[in-house]
Ligand binder design. Structure first.
Ligand SMILES: [Zn+2]
Length: 251
């Protein structure tokens, strides 16, 4: 989402035409239409487009995506929830799990429900480390809890736990301070790098960006660990599929 916010920032400072070809966001789009986009911000998996009419709050969920069309722009597809366009470009939002218009109080309430975001410079590290130290749930479950930490999805939690050599089912309380510190540091660097790359690549290779998607991770959806070659073990942790290397991440 931070990568997307960076790209959508090209709308910043420009007046946008807003519409909802699909209709579900039509009343709100009418309010945003003709307003200036003041800023584009992300907190975890939540995106905020700040306009004179309020903040357009978007969560993509599992199926949502944005499409970008440089001018000259063609007519949007019928299923587009929101089109934002200026003279140079149109951005179309399709199938988000959430798209709503919020005032300042509404934005504050959304952010208050979220834990610190490792990609934000103002992230409260101490709060996250203390929460991990006190949580008896598996660390693989805790990492997905957006109220503890915002922005970590299933790829990051599996790859980060592999990087620090921690089994996803270990209770968070059992990690020692050095492991917790390292887990935070790994999440920050892994997620920052993904923003720059535009995708999640955790494998080191001379030409990393050319790696096919299926070969870009060390354990996530891998048959064998790309570090040591051990068969990756698959289980359910926190309601999502967890992948770990039995050699480097012992129970
Ligand atoms: Zn391994």
């Amino acid at each position: 989402m931070h990568r997307l916010a960076r790209e959508l920032a090209e709308l910043r400072g420009t007046t946008v035409a807003a519409s909802s070809p699909q209709g579900r966001f039509a009343p709100e789009a009418a309010l945003v239409d003709g307003e200036v986009v003041d800023d584009v911000d992300a907190h975890g998996k939540h995106l905020f487009l700040l306009t004179g009419a309020g903040a357009v709050h978007v969560h993509l969920g599992m199926r949502g995506f944005w499409l970008r069309y440089p001018a000259p722009v063609t007519a949007p597809m019928r299923q587009v929830r929101l089109r934002l366009a200026n003279a140079d470009v149109a951005w179309d939002l399709v199938a988000p799990s959430l798209c709503e218009l919020l005032d300042d109080g509404g934005v504050r309430r959304v952010v208050e429900r979220l834990g610190p975001d490792p990609l934000r410079p103002d992230a409260d590290v101490a709060r996250v480390l203390a929460a991990w130290a006190a949580d008896r749930r598996p660390i693989g479950t805790v990492l997905l809890d957006q109220a503890v930490l915002a922005g970590v999805g299933n790829v990051f939690r599996n790859e980060a736990l592999h990087e620090v050599g921690v089994h996803p089912a270990r209770p968070a309380t059992e990690l020692d301070a050095a492991e917790r510190d390292r887990l935070w540091a790994v999440l920050v660097s892994m997620m920052s790098r993904a923003v720059d790359d535009g995708r999640i690549i955790t494998v080191e290779a001379p030409d990393r960006l050319a790696l096919p998607e299926a070969e870009s991770r060390r354990v996530y959806k891998q048959e064998r660990c790309r570090d040591c070659g051990a068969p990756v073990e698959v289980g359910q942790v926190g309601g999502r599929t967890a992948y770990h290397c039995p050699v480097e991440q012992p129970a």
